[in-house]
Design a protein around this ligand. Structure first.
Ligand SMILES: [Zn+2]
Length: 366
C-alpha cells in the first residue's frame, strides 16, 4: 500500500511526533482510520519523546551518570582528618564507603604534618576492620594535600618552613606506596586578613604589623611558586583579602586551584573565576544571614557547573542543623542539599558535577 506510508509520515508530522508542540490538528478522513489503528503506538512514542526532551532540558544529558551511579555521593574536597574527634574517624571512613564517595581530601596546615597525617589515616583504616576490597576502595577515595596555613609564627619562619614543606612533599611523591604518593594539591595556604594583624578588616586596625602583612604575602607567593614547580593545584585560603590574594596570583602568574570556603560575593568571585579558579563552598552558607540570602543565592546560581566544589572544612563550620557540634565529612550532605536547592537542581546532579570537577582539578580518575 504505497499511499499508507505517505499518510503515516504526514500523520506523524501532524500528530506532533516531529513537532514539540504536538498541535491537535484534526486528522484527515484517510488518516482517521489509520490513527485509530496507530493511536496507541503514536501516543506511546509521543510520551517517550516528551520524557526524552524533558530529560535533556532538566538534567542535561551528561549528567545521566547521576541516574546510573546514584550512589556516588558527597565528595568532600577539604577536611582536617587529624583534628576530627578520635571516636568519629572510623565512622567517617565507613560512611565514605557506604556512600561510595568519589573524592575525600585531607588537608594539611603545617610544613611538617604530612607524614603524621598519613600515618593516622592508615591506622584509622586498619581500625575500621575492613576487607581488602573495601580498603582498596577507600584508598582510591582518600587523598592528601600539604601546605602552610598563614599563622604568624609560620610567616616569621617562612624560609625554613617552605624548605621543609618541599622536602616533605617530594618524599611523599617518591613513596613506593601508591596511596601515600597521592598528594593531590598544595595547601591550604593564602592570606587571612581577618585573624592576622592586617588592619584591613576593621577588626584590628590599630594592630597593623607591616612585617606580618608583607611576610604573609611572601609566604603565600613562595607556596604558589612551589606549586607551580611541582605542577600541583593550590588550596587557597583567602579571608577578607580578595585584592591582596589576586595581587599574589598575578605576581606569581599561577592560576590553578580552588578558593576554599568562599566568603566573597559575586564581584570578587568573578575575578577569581576569570583567572580560572574553582570556588569551594562550606557549611557556612547554611547560616547566611537573612539579609544576605539573596546575594548568596545569586552567587551560587552564578558559579558555572564546571567550577564549583563542596567541602566541610571539618572539624570547623558544622552546617545547620548540626551547627554547634564538631563537624565531620558525614555532615556534608546538608551542604549539598542547601546548595542544590539554591541552584534549583538535584543533590544527585550536584554530586555528579562536583565529582567531575574533582577529577579535572585534582587529576584523579573518574
Ligand atoms: Zn581548612
Amino acid at each position: 500500500m504505497p499511499g499508507t506510508r505517505i499518510e503515516l509520515a504526514r500523520h506523524f508530522k501532524y500528530r506532533g511526533i516531529l513537532s514539540p508542540l504536538c498541535l491537535p490538528i484534526p486528522p484527515s478522513r484517510q488518516v482517521k482510520t489509520l490513527y485509530k489503528k496507530e493511536e496507541f503506538f503514536t501516543s506511546s512514542l509521543r510520551n517517550f519523546y516528551y520524557f526524552f526532551i524533558r530529560s535533556v532540558k532538566y538534567t542535561h544529558l551528561h549528567s545521566l551518570k547521576t541516574f546510573i551511579n546514584i550512589h556516588n555521593m558527597y565528595s568532600d574536597t577539604h577536611f582536617h582528618f587529624n583534628l576530627i574527634e578520635e571516636n568519629k574517624r572510623v565512622e567517617v571512613l565507613k560512611t565514605f564507603l557506604e556512600r561510595k564517595t568519589f573524592f575525600a581530601q585531607d588537608i594539611g596546615t603545617h610544613c611538617d604534618d604530612l607524614q603524621s597525617r598519613q600515618n593516622l589515616m592508615v591506622d584509622s583504616i586498619l581500625k575500621a576492620n575492613l576487607n581488602n576490597e573495601d580498603i582498596e576502595k577507600l584508598k582510591r577515595t582518600v587523598c592528601f594535600t600539604a601546605g602552610i596555613w598563614p599563622a604568624v609564627e609560620a610567616i616569621k619562619d617562612r624560609n625554613s618552613q617552605v624548605d621543609i614543606l618541599e622536602k616533605e612533599i617530594l618524599k611523599a611523591l617518591h613513596n613506593e606506596d601508591a596511596f601515600l604518593q597521592k598528594i593531590t594539591a598544595l595547601g591550604e595556604c593564602g592570606l587571612d586578613h581577618h585573624w592576622n594583624p592586617s588592619g584591613v578588616d576593621g577588626r584590628c586596625e590599630s594592630d597593623f604589623d607591616s612585617t606580618v602583612f608583607f611576610g604573609e604575602c611572601e609566604l603565600f607567593e613562595m607556596q604558589l611558586a612551589l606549586a607551580k614547580k611541582l605542577k600541583l593545584p593550590v588550596i587557597c585560603h583567602s579571608r577578607d583579602a580578595a585584592s591582596d590574594t589576586l595581587n599574589c596570583l598575578k605576581n606569581m602568574d599561577y592560576d590553578n586551584g580552588v578558593i576554599h570556603c568562599c566568603t566573597y560575593l559575586i564581584d570578587d568571585v568573578k575575578k577569581f573565576l576569570d583567572r580560572g579558579w574553582y570556588i569551594g563552598f562550606t557549611g557556612s552558607i547554611t547560616y547566611t544571614k537573612k539579609s544576605k540570602m539573596e546575594d548568596m543565592k545569586q552567587l551560587l546560581q552564578y558559579i558555572p557547573e564546571d567550577r564549583i566544589l563542596l567541602e566541610t572544612d571539618a572539624p570547623y563550620l558544622a552546617p545547620v542543623p548540626m551547627r554547634g557540634n564538631p563537624n565531620t565529612p558525614i555532615f556534608i550532605e546538608y551542604v549539598y542539599k542547601m546548595i542544590a536547592e539554591m541552584r534549583s537542581t538535584s543533590v544527585e546532579h550536584l554530586s555528579a558535577i562536583v565529582d567531575k570537577n574533582c577529577s579535572s582539578l585534582f587529576g584523579v580518575e573518574a
